[in-house]
Design a protein around this ligand. Structure first.
Ligand code: IPE
Ligand code: IPE
Ligand code: MG
Length: 233
């Protein structure tokens, strides 16, 4: 799939997966985090260059404090435990979102894994954590205003270059698991022409086969970008 550079995934349904099995929501989040490796490997097999995973939204702070704490803890643990192996596999890890509201320990773990993997080229893995599309745009606008650029000189590229995704291609395909059909403040600028795919499967069960189903559905879509061409690549 030569026209598929960037896959973004809204990893949803950890809580419902756990509930179905009589487990705690925390166990659902742990299972969800363990699924990341499997999906990233399969994206590498498919030669995808960028994958963005929505792990924690700016709105997720409004969940009960216990759940927020366990999500922060699970992310810290998984960064510490997975970075070495991801690095060996050539994964370049980046963080999208706000870093300033995360616990200092987690900030350090993120910085370390971003630095360690910065020369890797097999696949780019963006972890969106404390990420919100509106927040990202507000911050970009603040920087543009501070730079005192003339209003007429502000273009779409000006804004794109102030987003966390600067220099990256827009997502070609956005997958959401657990059957939901909403964007939930994810990449609202970058998603303007993304193909959207909703899978009924809960994230911890979203395996190689489910991913391949999404990719083959994508390959059958005709992207037109507002033109009359049947396909634009
Ligand atoms: C997705 O699973 C993970 C996060 C949003 C952090 P949920 O926790 O949203 O799972 P459901 O939607 O309650 O099943
Ligand atoms: C979106 O899932 C955020 C992440 C997957 C990190 P939510 O479960 O928070 O979204 P809503 O509340 O169903 O829209
Ligand atoms: Mg959810």
């Amino acid at each position: 799939l030569s026209n598929l550079k960037h896959v973004a995934i809204i990893m949803d349904g950890n809580g419902r997966w756990a509930e179905d099995k009589g487990l705690s929501r925390t166990e659902g989040h742990i299972a969800g985090t363990q699924n990341i490796r499997r999906v990233v490997r399969q994206l590498i097999v498919n030669n995808v260059q960028y994958v963005t995973l929505y792990a924690f939204s700016t709105e997720n702070w409004d969940r009960p404090v216990d759940e927020v704490d366990s999500l922060l803890q699970i992310l810290s643990d998984s960064i510490v435990n997975e970075t070495t192996e991801m690095n060996d596999e050539g994964v370049r890890i980046r963080h999208l979102g706000r870093i300033d509201r995360l616990p200092a320990r987690l900030q350090k773990a993120i910085d370390k894994s971003v630095d360690l993997t910065s020369q890797n080229t097999v696949i780019n893995l963006n972890v969106a954590f404390d990420y919100g599309g509106r927040d990202e745009i507000v911050q970009a606008v603040r920087r543009i205003v501070e730079s005192a650029v003339k209003p007429d000189d502000i273009t779409e590229d000006t804004l794109s270059s102030e987003l966390f995704t600067v220099g990256m291609p827009d997502p070609d395909l956005i997958i959401r698991t657990a059957g939901e059909m909403r964007i939930s403040n994810f990449m609202i600028w970058q998603a303007s022409y993304s193909e959207y795919y909703s899978s009924p499967v809960y994230w911890p069960d979203f395996d190689e086969l489910e991913l391949n189903n999404a990719l083959s559905e994508y390959s059958r879509r005709k992207r037109k970008f507002g033109t009359l061409n049947k396909t634009v690549t």
